[in-house]
Design a protein around this ligand. Structure first.
Ligand SMILES: NC(=O)c1ccc[n+]([C@@H]2O[C@H](COP(=O)([O-])OP(=O)(O)OC[C@H]3O[C@@H](n4cnc5c(N)ncnc54)[C@H](O)[C@@H]3O)[C@@H](O)[C@H]2O)c1
Ligand SMILES: [Zn+2]
Length: 355
């Protein structure tokens, strides 16, 4: 697989990536190397990475608790203290080995420590590979607000290796898959068609799909680094999806991972697109077929639907009180800043809950 780039940051794949990593470590002559993991990536991924790093420099592996709730300032403070105690300096390197939580937090920790040390992302979740590690956004939550504090800064390199994926739980794999499906729907009908014809998701199918998904994210991000225009299309499925995700977190029996909620959001927003922005019935049925192949059909009572619609009003991406949707004109092309009546959203809930 050819190398990719986002701005000046190389995105490298598999064996070639480890060669380049070792070159970088040699050329930069880092004083020390730190690897950030969480409990799961420490157990399942650190050995794979450590076997590949060839250096006589000291390497320390840090472990944080797994989970979004640890993507907070207290974790950063404890890491900054540990880095200081271990003698990290301006020429140390931090390698973030994990899902989006580890790469988001590790990128932020590295960017602030001694006014910024070099860092590398090694995403180990599917969502991390195709989404969280790409685009230079690093950050943490503040109280209940996700990603409220952060910085845009690209790593020295992003190393993508699907050999980390076999230990990723199936629901986490499905969660990442939703962002890949989204990339096809918003930007590339040819890529979308591959999901249409895919029977079962195997690891051997994934390499090529991951590669193309990253290409799409790069293309969108590079056209709009300040997030004023086309980058908004990455929010397709997320206006309703985020609200469904938040709602699901307060009701344990319905707990959904990010991508699982986004999949429901995409199907509902596809229905809205059919009603409002020209998506054809055939395209809508295709979308339903693919989403229902991988994700269970949701059911929300009238009361739950109302609560989800209320939650949408708090979405940080809204300007003022207006709720803005990204809808599809057709598969591969979006209409941004669309407003939708509540009644139609209720219809979309009905549509998504039918098998
Ligand atoms: N920076 C961005 O542009 C961006 C974009 C999208 C999402 N995000 C962020 O990404 C985070 C979500 O990322 P995520 O879904 O990867 O969550 P995550 O980092 O919590 O990983 C999901 C779970 O999988 C485990 N895991 C990861 N890799 C594994 C492996 N190879 N084997 C076994 N277990 C493994 C983790 O320990 C965790 O329990 C959120 O915090 C979100 O805000 C950031
Ligand atoms: Zn998302």
């Amino acid at each position: 697989m050819q190398n990719l780039h986002i701005e000046t940051c190389p995105i490298l794949f598999k064996d070639k990536a480890y060669l380049e990593l070792n070159e970088l470590i040699k050329n930069e002559d880092y004083s020390s190397i730190f690897i950030l993991t969480d409990t799961n990536t420490q157990e399942h991924c650190s050995k794979i990475l450590l076997q590949q790093i060839k250096t006589v420099k000291p390497i320390e592996v840090f472990e944080i608790e797994a989970g979004e709730k640890y993507k907070h300032l207290e974790t950063c403070v404890s890491l900054w203290e540990t880095l200081s105690e271990m003698g990290a300096d301006r020429h140390s390197l931090l390698i973030n080995l994990g899902g989006g939580v580890v790469t988001d937090l590790g990128g932020f920790v590295a960017s602030c420590f001694r006014r910024g040390i070099d860092f590398i992302h090694v995403p180990t979740s599917l969502l991390g590979m195709v989404d969280a590690s790409i685009g230079g956004k690093n950050g943490i939550g503040l109280g209940a607000l996700k990603n409220q504090i952060g910085i845009i800064r690209n790593p020295k390199m992003i190393l993508v290796d699907s050999n980390y994926l076999p230990t990723l739980p199936a629901n986490e794999l499905r969660s990442g898959l939703a962002e890949m499906v989204k990339h096809g729907l918003i930007y590339d009908q040819g890529y979308w068609n591959k999901f249409l014809h895919l029977d079962k998701l195997t690891l051997s199918d994934l390499d090529a799909l991951i590669y193309e998904s990253i290409q799409i994210k790069i293309s969108v991000v590079e056209q709009d680094p300040t997030e004023n225009g086309i980058r908004k299309i990455l929010n397709f499925g997320h206006t309703l999806g985020h609200a469904i995700e938040s709602y699901s977190h307060t009701h344990h029996q319905k707990h959904l991972l990010h991508g699982e909620a986004i999949a429901i959001g995409m199907l509902m927003e596809a229905y809205l697109s059919y009603k409002l922005t020209g998506l054809t019935e055939t395209e809508l049925l295709e979308i339903k077929q693919v989403i229902q192949k991988y994700y269970p059909t949701p059911s929300f009572s009238v009361d739950e639907r109302k609560k989800i619609i209320d939650l949408m009003k708090f979405d940080k991406k809204n300007k003022g009180s207006q709720i803005n949707f990204v809808l599809l004109k057709k598969i591969g092309e979006c209409a941004i800043d669309q407003q939708v009546e509540n009644e139609l959203i209720h219809e979309a809930f009905d549509y998504a809950s039918k098998a």
